[in-house]
Design a protein around this ligand. Structure first.
Ligand SMILES: Cc1cc2nc3c(=O)[nH]c(=O)nc-3n(C[C@H](O)[C@H](O)[C@H](O)COP(=O)(O)OP(=O)(O)OC[C@H]3O[C@@H](n4cnc5c(N)ncnc54)[C@H](O)[C@@H]3O)c2cc1C
Length: 877
């Protein structure tokens, strides 16, 4: 540690005077975040640029100084605290909006921007940035990313990770790394997903690429009172079972309501045992219908008092009470411990009952705030005697037992606050040593000297020093196995592990094959592991909105079983025998992505078998989970090169009550693009906006736009009339309206036709996907019209994806995609010797880390060799 002035002078020289704080009085402001533990940093530095951060990290390395990122210090897990001293890197000076793409609904911001500031920018541009932590007025986007923050709107809209398409990050040694970017589905391991929620232990986020949504035109809010917690919980389950997706469902118990009421007189129903705040959004035309349906269900489920806000002031009043909870609690005792567990939502009432028993046992007071829609529960334990060590021991023991309940219900020890210091010793409740080690191995790749936020998130693994913790014991193969047969159909995880061990022992490349539908390339190797016998729908939980399936389950089988429950997983494949495991590994997202998210958003949990035989249980069947690294993200789109996905838990959605498409002919590409770009502004409940060239059965125009809207019927009608208004302004009235099929189905059919047309001999299917930042999509299509229009193509406009088939000559297309900040990948490559498209040339900035991870987990390079890494860089793969 640099205790001498010389080292600090060196730092001041490179960063600038006034930006380096060593004065002990000023350091006090950085001693503690929103949690209980504190620590004093040696120095606080306020960088203004990524170059500053590069200098600071190189300096920290030289002086062996831990570096702890600091956003606004509102974290509730001690994650930003310099518990053993070190350098606190405060990002408050890096708070600029770097780019606003109103058309493509995205922004690029620096990490110090405050969440509410971004929400305001979105709002004034007719957009919405949904992640809305209650700390939004002070917490920063960098802190939100590092903690994967969520808020009341996350039941319907998801958490921070669902809006982040890429980051720029500075690594521990000062390297500046670009992960992902403005486009979707980059062909690289999803390290963006890993850095999200990693609490500053992997890299310092210096730039965030974020997506937004269209701002819903209207919202309506009600408060419903119930006699007991149990009844409120049952009402939540009933709303979900009826296929309703309110924007928020917040729960307060009687104790909390009384505490708030004594504080601010918000008019809460304190006579009731519990209350729900329910908000719906969408087109104005749909709000009353949605509300009426909700009110009927609440009445049927014993609500004793329902108040619907009739004016913005009345709505404000309802929320005012809920948002004053923290202030109200703070009056009652010197401190309180806000816990943060998530359980499947149907278990909420039971969980509260159990927590009450724990509090009675330890003679403690608790009140509850709860994001009832997503099962995220915050028991607030009052700390009346913070200086009394035996009292504090009771608080910690109660906290520990409450976290154990979450594990008992297959939930998580932290839904949105993170692990930090406060919960690291409880990580063993959720993860075994192999799982924690796998996370530490990732940390080790990016930060081998353990400079970034050391000691946070992870418990110490016995007998290991922190620096060795990522090193796994060798020698997992216990005996010399039998010779590997060319075709293997394992039925269990045990059999998969045996096959992997055999393959590693014999150093045999092994292909993994799901449905064999080629949505993911399969290596040309002799030994193939088929996943067909790893199928089956294991557990459908409509009330908790998840389904658990074996990876070999086909999409048809899954959706058919779910339809009996009026549910589906909003994914689609051109081939009905595609397996769910194969689709996730290929990350082959259809147009539905814009309405429901991609695979990375829909996979909640998975069981994966690594090439060395380790079985990882990653994620949980809940939407909010920030305990440790988000491992499932790594396997989505990794094309089976990192491990075999054995089992998946996916998010369910109610089947849309109405789905309608408009097919709009356009005689010129220019007109089709013009209409397409205008219609982007309309999309709120759209599930496809496609520009099609060469789609059979759509009509005889050269181009067609396909617009599908789905969901609540009144929303669909309102949206389609907005679409028609746009078309009217161009004098277009020759529009076909159909309910029988959707844009996604048109996309599927087109891909099937392009890859396997009936009866065509000597056909070499070839399909390329271009991922383009949405704002650059019209330019990309216009500039490359000469090449593109020589073949059939589909542009998925909002998602920025262009699919082109049978391109005879790539021309400048891949280069043009790269220049826009996107990429090109060959989806199907049945050899065409002269095709320049064979080499699409997207080289991820993180390639070296992808390679290191691959060789760490698959040292013999047995799994799916040659299928994923860029071909010019394939010596490892
Ligand atoms: C009253 C109150 C209400 C809250 N409500 C919610 C809520 O509803 N939902 C919710 O999710 N959370 C909530 N929180 C918790 C907290 O606000 C969030 O975790 C928030 O995301 C932290 O942001 P911050 O800028 O304050 O980060 P900090 O607390 O400063 O840091 C949090 C973590 O992020 C790391 N970090 C910060 N910036 C970067 C960066 N640029 N690069 C890498 N790592 C970085 C830090 O090292 C630390 O590990 C609440 C907190 C309070 C006090």
């Amino acid at each position: 540690m640099p205790t001498n002035d010389k080292a600090f002078k060196e730092l001041i020289q490179s960063i600038g005077k006034g930006l380096v704080i060593t004065n002990p009085v000023e350091l006090i402001s950085y001693e503690i975040d929103g949690a209980l533990k504190s620590g004093t940093p040696e120095v606080v530095v306020l960088p203004r640029s990524v170059q500053d951060i590069n200098h600071i990290l190189r300096w920290a390395n030289k002086h062996d100084m831990p570096v702890i990122a600091w956003g606004a210090g509102t974290g509730l897990a001690g994650a930003a605290v310099a518990e053993n001293g070190g350098l606190v890197l405060s990002l408050s000076r890096m708070n600029r909006l770097l780019e606003l793409d109103k058309y493509g609904r995205s922004v690029v911001v620096e990490p110090g921007m405050v969440n509410q500031h971004l929400a305001d920018i979105a709002d004034t541009n007719g957009l919405s940035y949904p992640p809305d932590p209650a700390s939004g007025r002070s917490s920063t986007i960098g802190g939100n990313i590092a903690a994967n923050a969520g808020g009341p709107h996350c039941f319907k809209y998801g958490v921070t990770t669902n809006y982040l398409t890429g980051v720029e990050a500075v690594l521990a040694d000062g390297q500046i790394l670009q992960l992902g970017g403005r486009a979707f589905d980059y062909p690289e391991y999803d390290f963006t997903g890993i850095i999200t929620g990693s609490e500053g232990t992997i890299g310092i986020v210096t730039k965030a690429y974020l997506r937004m949504t269209r701002k819903p035109p209207g919202v309506k809010t009600l408060m419903a009172a119930f006699e007991t917690d149990q009844r409120a919980g049952e009402a939540v389950s009933a709303l979900i079972a009826n296929g309703l997706v309110p924007a928020t469902m917040e729960f307060m118990d009687q104790k909390l309501m009384r505490i708030i009421e004594e504080y601010i007189e918000a008019g809460l129903p304190v006579h009731a045992g519990a209350a729900l705040i329910i908000e719906v959004d969408g087109y104005i035309e749909s709000l009353s219908a949605q509300m009426n349906e909700i009110v009927t269900i609440l009445q049927e489920h014993n609500s004793i008092d329902i108040r619907t806000a009739q004016t913005p002031d009345e709505r404000e009043k309802i929320w005012y009470g809920r948002k004053s909870a923290a202030g109200a609690m703070a009056r009652l005792a010197p401190a309180y411990l806000p816990l943060d567990i998530t359980v499947p939502r149907s278990k909420l009432a039971q969980t509260i009952g159990k927590i009450n028993l724990i509090c009675t046992h330890y003679e403690l007071q608790a009140a509850y705030i709860c994001h009832a829609g997503d099962g995220n529960l915050h028991p607030l334990l009052l700390i009346e005697e913070p200086d009394n060590s035996s009292y504090m021991e009771r608080i910690h023991n109660a906290g520990g037992e409450i976290m154990k309940i979450s594990e008992e219900f297959n939930g998580t020890i932290t839904g949105e606050h993170g692990v930090g210091i406060e919960k690291r010793e409880y990580m063993h409740l959720m993860y075994n040593e192999d799982e924690i080690r796998a996370m530490l191995e990732i940390k080790g790749l990016f930060d081998p000297r353990n400079i970034l936020n050391p000691g946070k998130v992870f418990p110490k693994i016995q007998g290991k020093g922190e620096r060795e913790i990522g090193d796994r014991d060798q020698g997992l193969v216990s005996q010399i196995p039998d010779k590997l047969q060319p075709q293997k159909y394992p039925r269990s995880e045990e059999q998969v592990r045996e096959i992997f061990q055999q393959a590693a022992y014999e150093k045999l490349p092994l292909g993994i094959r799901g449905g064999g539908t080629k949505s993911s390339p399969i290596p040309n190797v002799e030994h193939i592991l088929f996943t067909n016998n790893l199928g089956g729908v294991n557990n459908i939980a409509p009330e908790d909105l998840f389904v658990n399936v074996g990876a070999g389950t086909t999409i048809d089988e899954l959706q058919n079983e779910l339809a009996d429950h009026n549910m589906w997983v909003p994914i689609i494949s051109p081939w009905k025998n595609s397996t769910i495991g194969g689709m996730v590994a290929a990350n082959f997202n259809g147009p539905l992505r814009m309405r429901y998210g991609g695979f990375r958003d829909l996979v909640l949990a998975m069981k994966v078998i690594l090439p060395d035989g380790r079985l990882l249980r990653a994620g949980r069947p809940v939407v909010k989970n920030v305990a440790g690294y988000d491992l499932p993200k790594l396997f989505v789109g990794s094309h089976g090169t990192l491990g075999l996905i054995h089992e998946l838990t996916l998010k369910l959605a109610p089947l849309p009550r109405r789905r309608t498409s408009l097919i709009v002919p356009a005689e010129s590409l220019e007109l089709a693009l013009k209409l397409g770009t205008q219609l982007v502004q309309v999309c709120l409940v759209a599930s496809a906006l496609l520009l099609c060239s060469g789609c059979e059965n759509l009509g005889d125009a050269a181009y067609h736009l396909v617009y599908t809207a789905e969901g609540y019927p009144e929303n669909v009608s309102a949206e389609l009339s907005q679409v028609r208004s746009v078309l009217d302004t161009h004098g277009i009235n020759r529009v076909e309206q159909i309910d029988s099929y959707s844009g996604s189905e048109i996309w599927c059919k087109w891909i099937r036709t392009q890859t396997s047309p009936n009866g065509v001999k000597k056909f070499h299917p070839q399909l390329v996907r271009f991922g383009i930042p949405p704002k650059s999509l019209p330019g990309f299509i216009t500039n490359n019209a000469g090449n593109l229009t020589s073949t059939p193509f589909i542009a998925d406009i909002v998602n920025g994806l262009v699919y082109a088939a049978q391109l005879p000559d790539a021309g400048d297309l891949p280069v043009s995609a790269l220049e826009s900040g996107g990429y090109a990948v060959m989806l199907f490559r049945e050899k065409q010797p002269d095709s320049k498209l064979d080499e699409c040339n997207y080289i991820p900035d993180s390639l070296a880390f992808m390679r290191k991870l691959k060789s760490k987990w698959d040292p013999e390079n047995i799994l799916n060799p040659g299928t994923f890494f860029p071909s010019s860089h394939r010596n490892q793969d």
